[in-house]
Write a protein that binds this ligand. Structure first.
Ligand SMILES: [Fe+2]
Length: 216
């Protein structure tokens, strides 16, 4: 769309663009999600019955387990998948080959009306969420906030958002989908406006560099 001070195109211009410092969100969808999620849903409901008060963190009205799924044998399958996906991402980012990935994971059961406040995850390279059970789109989306804080000091008079001018981006949840993002990328979850629980697993992953073997 031309601007009102419409400069005539009397010279030939080629304008190139380059993306600097992008914020990436990775995603994958598991093929066996129906059977896989049925098992996790059962485990999640058991965990809530055993510990009805759970822990309080960013969850508003929702139930959250302690950060201990990585130590529980019954969650071995999802723990392994989290690490496999993050390993592929770390390789794509040229992480040092001698790093070992370490993670913590926890369950979220968000009943109708529950949400998660805007937050970020400290001391980890990747954070993520895996969706076990929900009713989309009414269950609410995860949203990410532009980390370029200084860009909000003088906003642009736009008619339509682009990746460059958006202040928030929403990702629609889907059963069997995993989103992974840098821990520093601020995010939250909209209120669950469906009539069913939204069940998910959240996690943090750190890459720990192993000491180099000492030389003889
Ligand atoms: Fe989070």
């Amino acid at each position: 769309m031309a601007l009102s001070n419409n400069y005539p195109e009397d010279i030939s211009l080629e304008i190139g663009t380059q993306s600097l410092f992008p914020s990436l969100v990775w995603s994958t969808l598991f093929d066996d999600r129906a059977s896989f999620n049925a098992k996790i849903l059962k485990l999640a409901n058991q965990a809530r019955s055993n510990d009805p008060s759970g822990v309080s963190n960013t969850n508003v009205k929702g139930w959250q387990s302690p950060n201990n799924l990585q130590n529980l044998a019954e969650f071995e399958d999802i723990n392994r998948r989290i690490l496999q996906v993050c390993q592929r991402i770390a390789e794509s980012l040229h992480f040092h080959p001698n790093v070992v990935l370490d993670h913590q994971a926890w369950l979220n059961i968000s009943p109708p009306g529950a949400s998660n406040k805007l937050h970020y995850h400290a001391n980890c390279h990747f954070s993520g969420v895996y969706y076990v059970s929900l009713k989309a789109p009414e269950c609410g989306s995860i949203f990410f906030r532009d980390p370029r804080v200084a860009s909000r000091m003088f906003t642009s008079p736009i008619t339509q958002h682009t990746d460059f001018t958006a202040e928030e981006e929403r990702m629609r949840p889907e059963e069997g989908r995993m989103y992974i993002f840098p821990g520093w990328l601020e995010h939250g979850v909209e209120p669950n406006q469906s009539t069913e629980d939204r069940v998910s697993i959240s996690f943090n992953v750190r890459a720990i560099q192993q000491p180099s073997p000492s030389r003889p």
